[in-house]
Design a protein around this ligand. Structure first.
Ligand SMILES: Nc1ncnc2c1ncn2[C@@H]1O[C@H](COP(=O)(O)OP(=O)(O)OP(=O)(O)O)[C@@H](O)[C@H]1O
Length: 326
């Protein structure tokens, strides 16, 4: 294997226990050069713990982690990794440029300061004091500090958690500029749309396990197609399971919700039966897949992946989807 083929990150059977709490339960993960990966999961899923292990900040209880083919500590020491963790106070009374230049100076092969500022969208704020930035600007400064050393891998733990929609957009534009230079990015998020829009690959973590790993499209496909809903009125729901494409049926308040692997065929068959009152077809969203993937196992509700009426409730606006959190 040449150096270029060596995975940037390799997790093999990584587990972490905090006393009786099993925060991470055996994760295998390989990240290759140039990939942008989202680690998606609910609160407490094990994302921050996995990131801490990856950066060599937490020793794994079991398994092995390698960064660029070696120990995480070595990769961090050599400046190949930049990290932006959840908490990070900024030094006050210095300008944005001074702070970036100071951090860059501590690395062996830093990026030129002007380039870092440009990538982070901070050129016009270079002379502003670091403690006089808005929340979104301060977060881009933290990102600039993570990039300042010219790392090949940047790790971001919930980088946009406290930002509004437009600040998040600006943050991701900066991140994509960095990734477009061939760098590798790993970020954690609760925001489904952020994962879908900004990552090549999404790794879904639930209760300390990896439950899905693929592109947004691949993960959406795992839930099996679209949802077809219509009003049943007082008609019988008998035979709906047998309609072409249908994989599950749920009836709520006289409305039928069919999950279908072939919604066109399902709709045609429904039309033949005359069941087309208030018909609605909704394309599977990442959110559906996420719910199906993460409510199984230990939980009882929704474990069979059946569509629920809530899935169809007024979440079709783009802004709504953008806000969809897990
Ligand atoms: N130092 C610790 N001691 C004991 N338990 C811990 C410790 N750190 C984390 N945990 C537990 O481990 C589990 C995973 O936590 P972790 O912070 O990795 O999740 P997360 O996915 O990053 O969550 P969030 O989205 O809320 O940041 C949780 O149950 C958490 O309570």
């Amino acid at each position: 294997m040449t150096a270029a083929d060596t995975p940037v990150v390799e997790f093999a059977g990584v587990a972490k226990h905090y006393g009786a709490v099993r925060a991470v339960k055996g994760i295998d993960l390989t990240i290759r050069r140039g990939e942008s990966i989202a680690l998606l999961g609910r609160n407490g899923a094990g994302k921050s713990t996995s990131i801490g292990i990856l950066l060599g900040l937490l020793p794994p209880s079991e398994g092995r982690v390698r960064l660029f083919g070696g120990a995480p500590e070595a990769a961090v020491r050599s400046g190949r990794i930049g990290a932006m963790l959840q908490e990070g106070a900024l030094i006050t009374r210095v300008t944005v440029r001074e702070l970036v230049a100071f951090v860059a100076g501590t690395y062996p092969r830093p990026l030129p300061v002007a380039e870092t500022l440009e990538l982070a969208g901070l050129t016009h704020l270079a002379e502003r004091r670091a403690d006089r930035l808005s929340g979104g600007q301060a977060q881009r400064l933290r990102f600039a500090l993570a990039m300042a050393g010219g790392p090949e891998l940047v790790v971001l733990d919930e980088p946009t958690a406290a930002l509004d929609v437009s600040a998040r957009r600006e943050f991701w534009a900066a991140m994509r500029g960095y990734a477009a230079r061939g760098n590798t990015v790993l970020f954690s998020t609760h925001y489904l749309e952020e994962a879908d829009e900004n990552a090549d690959r999404i790794v879904v973590i639930d209760k300390g396990r990896k439950v899905a790993d693929g592109t947004g499209e691949e993960i959406k496909r795992t839930v099996g197609g679209n949802v077809v809903a219509f009003d049943l009125g007082d008609r019988s729901s008998e035979g709906l399971e047998q309609l072409p494409g249908v994989t599950s049926v749920e009836i709520r308040r006289s409305r039928a919700y069919l999950r279908s692997a072939d919604s066109d065929a399902t709709v045609l068959a429904l039309a033949e039966r005359g069941d087309v009152r208030n018909l609605e077809v909704r394309v599977s969203r990442l959110e559906d897949a996420f719910v199906a993937l993460t409510t199984g196992a230990d939980d009882t509700d929704g474990a069979d992946g059946a569509v629920s009426a809530d899935d169809m409730d007024g979440r079709d606006g783009h802004e709504d989807r953008e806000e969809a959190m897990v």
